[in-house]
Design a protein around this ligand. Structure first.
Ligand code: SF4
Length: 192
């Protein structure tokens, strides 16, 4: 069955995709490209526990972005603000308050980058994983967009219409590095 082409909502024109990793982004990148939507990607994930792991995940996203000629930006790996935001929430379970703080920071920085670089809409790969609470991700996205009048958070559910299945297929086809934990040190003992 052919997947229907996507159309940007609210008459927006310039999309920024926040990417958390290659396995979660592959299907989204392909879907946007096949819908002829022009977009750029931003890698901002200060939640990742080590610089080595950060580079491993980032390099996989860069490899795929280059393959599909998608422009790519990344922000420095500086986790001091992330540590500040999650302090006191270390023992929270996944999908709890620590994850809300983590999503909020990543999407707030994405919204700021979008505004400073003339994007009028942004979305994220965070919600495609079945390990994440899609609604929790969206609430953080709406709050981040609200800070900038006219900026839209695109709450498209990338899991739907076979998205989850294609995400798995593309990951296998592209032989993406597949991490076994979400990213922060606190998620390390709770491998997927
Ligand atoms: S489990 Fe994942 S989403 Fe939650 S705080 Fe850690 S890195 Fe962020």
């Amino acid at each position: 069955m052919e997947t229907p082409a996507l159309v940007l909502p609210d008459n927006t024109k310039r999309l920024l995709l926040h990417s958390c990793c290659a396995p979660c982004s592959g299907e989204i990148i392909k879907r946007l490209a096949s819908s002829n939507i022009t977009f750029s990607m931003l890698f901002y994930n200060p939640n990742i526990d080590t610089g080595k792991e950060y580079l491993k995940r980032k390099n996989e996203v860069v490899r795929f972005a280059n393959k599909l000629s998608v422009s790519f930006f990344d922000l420095d790996y500086d986790n001091s603000e992330w540590v500040k935001r999650i302090t006191g929430l270390e023992k929270e379970p996944e999908r709890g308050k620590r994850c809300t703080a983590c999503f909020s920071l990543r999407l707030e920085m994405t919204a700021l980058f979008a505004r400073e670089n003339s994007f009028d809409i942004f979305t994220t790969s965070l919600g495609i994983s079945r390990w994440k609470d899609f609604k929790q991700v969206c609430l953080c996205g709406y709050a981040a967009a609200e800070k900038y009048p006219g900026l839209v958070f695109w709450d498209h559910n990338w899991r739907k219409n076979g998205g989850s299945g294609r995400m798995e297929e593309i990951s296998k086809q592209e032989k993406f590095y597949r991490q076994t934990y979400c990213g922060c040190i606190y998620s390390k003992n709770k491998s997927f």
